[in-house]
Structure formats: C-alpha cells, structure tokens
Ligand binder design. Sequence first.
Ligand code: RIB
Ligand code: CA
Length: 310
Amino acid sequence: MNKTPIWLDTDTGVDDAFAILAALWSENAQLVGSSSVVGNVAHSKTFVNARNVLSYFGHPEIKVYPGAEAPLVIPVQDAAFIHGNNGLGGVVLPESTADKETVKAWDAIYQAARTHKDLEIVAVGPLTNIALTLMKYPDLDRYVRRIVIMGGSAEGGAWTPCGEFNICVDPHAAEVVMNCGIPIVMFGLDVTLKAYMDETDMRDIAAMETAAGKLFTDCMGLATIVNSKRIGKKAVAVHDVLPVLSYDHPELFTGVMCGLHVETRGSITLGRTVTDIWSECKFPRQNAQVILQVDRERFARIFKDILLRV
Ligand code: RIB
Ligand code: CA
C-alpha cells in the first residue's frame, strides 16, 4: 500500500521528539520533510533540536527547514518550564552533521505539496508556519489533503483556563488555518491528556536498553511534574505522538465532525478553540474532526513498542 506523504512541523520540545520518532517508524506515513517553529522554546533551539533528534534516531537525511521565530501578531511565549531551557529537558544530544537548510519552512512546505500533490501536514506546535504558507501560496489547498494538528481543546485549557499552548502562542495563525478550506483533524487536550504514560509505563521505559527509551527517561522530568498535577497521578502526556500514531492506528481514536474556530480578540479567551459539537447553533462549515477519546492501554503498548526499536 502506498504510504501517505506527511510533512511534520514541530516546536521540538520533549514530546515533539517522540512524534518525530513515531513518524520515522510509521508504516503508513512517509515523512517527506519537516520544519521548525518557535514555541516550546526559541526557534534557534527548536530548529537545532529537530535536527539533532532526527540524527539521534538515525535519520540525518530528513531535512529540517527553519520557520517562524515569532507569532504573527502577539509576543512570543515559551514553555521552558515544561521542556527545559534547551527544549529537550536538559538532555544534550550530539550535533547533527547534516547541512543546515536555509530555505524557509513555508517555501519548503509548498514545494513538497506541489511535488506530492496529496501531502498531509502534521503540525504539533504553534501554527505560524502553516499560516504563512497559506498566506504566501493561496493555492496550497489544491495540493494538501489534510492538516492534522496537536493543539486546542474542545473543553477546558491548560495554558490558560480555556486555551491550549500551541493555539494560544499564535491564535491568529490558528484561525487562518481553520478558515483555509483544507480539512482539519484536531488532537486537542481532550484526548492527549488521556494518552499518558503512567508510573508502570515509565518503569517499563526506564528499563529499556534503547536510545529512545533512555532519551524518554532523561528528558521527561519536568513534563512529568507538570502533567502529574494535571492528570492527578504520576504520569506524563505525550501529546504530539497522537496525530502521528493515528496514521498506523486510527482505531485507537474516536472523534466527531464539527465547526472549529479560534478566538483572536478576547482578552480572557484569546486562543480558545471554539467548537459547535454540543451546540444546536452550528458554524457554517463543519471544517474539522475533533478527536475526543483514545484507548490508552493500547496506545501505551504501541508507543512503548516503538521506543524498544531504536
Ligand atoms: O499543549 C501541548 C503542546 O504544547 C505540545 O505540542 C507540546 O509540545 C507543546 O508544544
Ligand atoms: Ca509541540
């Protein structure tokens, strides 16, 4: 069966690193390129982190194209308190020896879309690069079949009482994406906070003799502290892995079609993803599938199997 060509846009951080790993090992998705965006930490770090993670997992040939260093409108925010100042929980990986790409993310994404014709964009950081691609290349929707994101939340929030980090960092970019006409699949906090590694899983991973298992154990300290408060027990959510794993294991997830938009003017609600799932009042276009449930036990088993491979 032909693999689906995917482009992975990350703000590599600790969970992005394992989204990259899942993409490298996917049987149904072909990672044709990647790009970095400002988010968890400054772009100068997310760019290097993505390069070094690809090299660490044995694929320095996968190119990382540099993207946005700031959101479209609002000031930069970061999540160093979760990802560490270097974005990888303080873990220092060997520097990738691959040539550093200078072509900008938005140009590279468009070229990849023109080449592959039915590209799928998987964005697991703020959506600034995707919005810039859409604004510079208005015909992008002819060549991109879906945009699959980790971001948002149908209910609740984490970065704010009603907002999730990736969307809150660049709500204006996110709303450009919601309005672009390309079908959206949203893996928000509703499902990613249910896809956690619990204490038993973390013990299993710590016992692994693999580079991936070691990296997970070494880089997830801060994320575990923050997530455990949120989840209510010792656990860590691997948010960004879900959209990538859905290519090989769609059966793990359930969701609903709905209208989906982003608040770009609120003071308290800026960055809130608003869905019409539970409302008789519907948005004009059902532009998104919002994923709400996951089979956590199976997800954890499959994710750990991937960590055992590298
Ligand atoms: O809210 C979780 C998201 O924010 C993840 O993508 C994590 O990497 C951070 O970017
Ligand atoms: Ca991320």
